[in-house]
Design a binder for this molecule. Structure first.
Ligand code: UD1
Length: 336
């Protein structure tokens, strides 16, 4: 079975390609490496000892996209190709509307003319905004997006709901990720943040290795157990598994998307993440407390029981596993 993975060299994409190869699928990667590096493709081959086809172009190029679809005749698409830096989306919203929305429309126009049976879309728990109740279920209200990035996820979901109505032959899954972290246990692939990371775990690993001087904990006066924000950190390999299970669900055709939360169901505070990181990796970490960051919700974690019920999906890796794997990746990056 042939699966096109757009953004297949990215953080979640590359781990999903590993899972696909290990489970006998034939991934076809399309990536222009704007948020990744070509060596990731070679590393995926090394981890799996398998070969696969990859194309280097922007999915916004509808001509190239159409010719790949014509040539490869894919059965399913996992669409990761998008930008994801919240701050950048505020300073450059058009980039986000272009890369996250126009590109999605392009991909769907090509899917429309193909025999694709299943489409999986990367959504985010950001669609829930600052939730009034936790854990957050798929039925929790969608709230006004705080950033253009968040809004592109909401619009993307709406576009796919409309597309599903007119294309009941394509099964569509929208996976709402909580906080993806970790790396492949081999230390060969992981997250490659551009510039200064805004996400917690890459900032922690870069501080521990000496690239950054100190981590700033954004706020310690929240109404939580230790005053710092609580998030649901999910290992990227568990997230990858959910994608593979989601597109395999294609026999269940429907005229509306299957929407699933993908998280562990366990919330961890920023201080808990710091302490776990130090303990599991036997390393020190400089940090100081700073003011709250605009737009941060005090506490977000998932109810993922629907993913278990529908896909039989459950997370396997712990926070400690993810922090240990992220650290192995960072150490390995430093000797590249
Ligand atoms: C962010 C995005 C979310 C996106 C997700 C992808 C926002 C508002 N949300 O989620 O849309 O889907 O990344 O992973 O940006 N923290 C620090 N110091 C740091 C970095 C982070 O204290 O240097 C804290 C944050 O305040 C937050 C927690 O760590 O409480 C997690 O932050 P982060 O990794 O950026 O993820 P989110 O903000 O939850």
């Amino acid at each position: 079975m042939k699966i096109i993975v757009t953004g297949g060299a990215g953080f979640i994409g590359s781990h999903t390609v590993v899972d696909l190869l290990e489970n006998g699928y034939e991934p076809i990667v399309i990536d222009d490496f704007r948020n990744s590096k070509p060596f990731i493709i070679e590393r995926i081959k090394k981890i799996t000892n398998k070969d696969f086809v990859s194309y280097n172009f922007d999915c916004g190029d509808i001509k190239k996209l159409s010719s790949v679809f014509l040539k490869e005749k894919p059965d399913a698409i996992i669409h990761f190709a998008a930008d994801k830096a919240v701050n950048e989306s505020v300073s450059n919203p058009l980039k986000y509307y272009h890369n996250n929305i126009s590109t999605l429309v392009n991909v769907l126009s090509v899917v429309n003319k193909s025999k694709v049976k299943s489409f999986v879309f990367s959504s985010s728990c950001t669609v829930y905004g600052v939730p009034k109740k936790v854990p957050v279920s798929e039925f929790s209200p969608i709230q006004q997006a705080f950033s253009p990035y968040g809004f592109t996820k909401q619009i993307g979901e709406q576009i796919l709901s409309d597309f599903a109505k007119s294309n009941p032959g394509v099964s569509i899954s929208l996976l709402r990720y909580f906080n993806p972290i970790g790396a492949h246990p081999s230390g060969l692939i992981g997250e490659l943040p551009l510039g200064v990371p805004s996400n917690l775990v890459p900032f922690i690993t870069q501080t521990a290795i000496g690239i950054r001087e100190s981590l700033i904990v954004h706020g310690n006066d929240y109404d939580t157990t230790d005053g710092t924000c609580i998030r649901d950190y999910i290992h990227v390999l568990d997230l990858a598994r959910a994608h593979v299970l989601a597109f395999s669900n294609y026999l269940k055709k429907n005229n509306k998307p299957l929407i699933l939360n993908i998280g562990t169901g366990k919330g961890s505070s920023v201080l808990e993440v710091i302490e776990s990181f130090k303990k599991v990796n036997k390393t020190n970490l400089n940090y100081t407390f700073g003011p709250r960051r605009d737009g941060d919700a005090p506490c977000v974690y998932a109810n993922s029981s629907l993913a278990k019920k529908v896909l039989g999906w459950e997370h396997k890796f712990s926070l400690e596993d993810a922090l240990s794997h992220a650290w192995e990746w960072e150490k390995q990056l430093s000797i590249l």
